[in-house]
Design a protein around this ligand. Structure first.
Ligand SMILES: [Zn+2]
Length: 407
């Protein structure tokens, strides 16, 4: 067999495809053709030398906001995709019924990366920073359902953000409506938690197996551990019953304290996702590989961290045969990383610090068998006020990796 592309000599970590070790990855057209030791270079039109690097399936980011120029939160996916290894982006709730067609036409269609969406139960989506659930007229189950039916190829579920800043007195009614839309369409619902009210015990009854609790390691009032760091019984039951625990780091939703309380007791997140958006892209989130590196610093194994950003989110989307794996026959989405070793300082959203020894740095990203071109980032949206941390970063012209490595 002759291949189009051969990625040779790398250390493959592919929990979904059950590949691990020094292996070569061969691509034919837009599919993975073979993953084997010592595939001869002569068997391919082009060879990429991956010696000393980690080769993983293209990362699947289960929590992103990429509806740029239309919503408050949206960033451009492609520049980040090309430097982070994220090949599949799930935009969660930026689009509602009224602006989903714009997401398809102006964002998903021209993108180099693979884009999908969860449809916000609110018809206005995340046009503004918040309050999308404050007017129940916007939470129209029939309309949400109709738009999903018309866009099954693009929409993979329903999104509801539940906290004090989104609901403004409407309580869990938007959640009930989100669940109704998810039930009618047979799709999962992702629920965001933050600062209550409503509180967590009002939210949990609406989560069914396969639904996703995002911001699961938040340090805000709806956090899933009690003040002693013990996982709440109701959360344990939901988790055991198949509710997916998703990180969604973002700008306000990841606490080292919560993470340590859970990891100490063996509770690893099912999915590590970024919640990358206008307020988090300039740190301390930066991007998904930096977020994954925080979990390495917290003691999770590299294989577990890669699984949480590849096969696990692909499985949540029911796409584990196609993405998040190097299984022959799967789509040829591949990421290469160097592991930089040194003394790194990582920050959570409360600017608490933890030290780490390893930083995942993406070197190449392939979607559909093609290398993504490097693109420069557009400037921040006009409404973005940098934090002190972000200002220092910009003034010193530091890259994210240099910033976390500054000590
Ligand atoms: Zn988000």
């Amino acid at each position: 067999m002759h291949f189009d592309l051969l990625i040779k000599g790398g250390d493959v970590i592919d929990p979904g495809g059950h590949h691990q070790g020094r292996l070569d990855v061969a691509i034919k057209r837009n599919r993975i053709a073979a993953v084997e030791a010592n595939i001869p270079s002569a068997a391919a039109n082009r060879v990429i030398d991956a010696t000393g690097q980690i080769v993983t399936p293209g990362l699947v980011d289960l929590h992103t906001h990429v509806y740029h120029s239309v919503t408050c939160w949206g960033i451009h996916a492609d520049p980040v995709a090309a430097r982070s290894g994220v090949t599949t982006w799930l935009d969660v709730g930026s689009a509602g019924a009224y602006n989903l067609m714009g997401f398809r036409e102006f964002i998903a269609k021209p993108a180099n990366a693979r884009l999908y969406a969860l449809l916000n139960i609110s018809s206005i989506g995340l046009t503004a920073s918040t309050w999308e659930l404050a007017n129940l007229n916007h939470c129209d189950v029939d309309l949400c359902t109709r738009l999903i039916e018309l866009n099954r190829d693009l929409v993979l579920g329903v999104k509801v953000r539940i906290d004090v800043n989104t609901t403004s007195g409407t309580g869990v009614e938007p959640l009930r409506r989100g669940q109704e839309a998810a039930k009618r369409t047979g799709l999962p619902m992702m629920v965001h938690i933050g600062k209550g009210p409503p509180e967590l015990d009002e939210v949990l009854p609406y989560l069914r197996p396969g639904d996703i609790l995002t911001h699961c390691f938040t340090g805000q009032s709806m956090r899933i551990v009690d003040p002693k760091g013990q996982l709440f019984d109701g959360v344990r039951t939901a988790w055991e019953n198949g509710v997916v625990m998703d990180i969604g780091h973002g700008a306000g939703s990841f606490s080292f304290e919560t993470a340590e309380a859970l990891l100490t007791h063996g509770y690893k997140p099912d999915v590590i996702s970024s919640d990358i958006h206008q307020f988090s892209i300039h740190g301390p989130l930066f991007d998904l590989p930096t977020c994954m590196s925080k979990f390495l610093a917290l003691g999770m194994s590299l294989t577990d961290v890669v699984a949480a950003a590849t096969v696990n989110p692909a499985g949540v989307l029911g796409m584990q045969q196609e993405i998040g794996t190097l299984r022959p026959g799967a789509l040829a989405d591949v990421a290469l990383f160097r592991i930089e070793r040194g003394n790194f300082t990582f920050y959570d959203v409360h600017m608490n610090e933890r030290k780490g020894k390893e930083l995942l740095r993406n070197t190449l990203t392939i979607v559909n068998g093609r290398e993504l071109p490097h693109l420069s980032d557009p400037p921040p949206a006009p409404w973005i006020e940098p934090t002190d941390f972000q200002r220092e970063l910009a003034e010193r012209g530091l890259t994210p990796a240099a910033m976390v490595a500054k000590n």
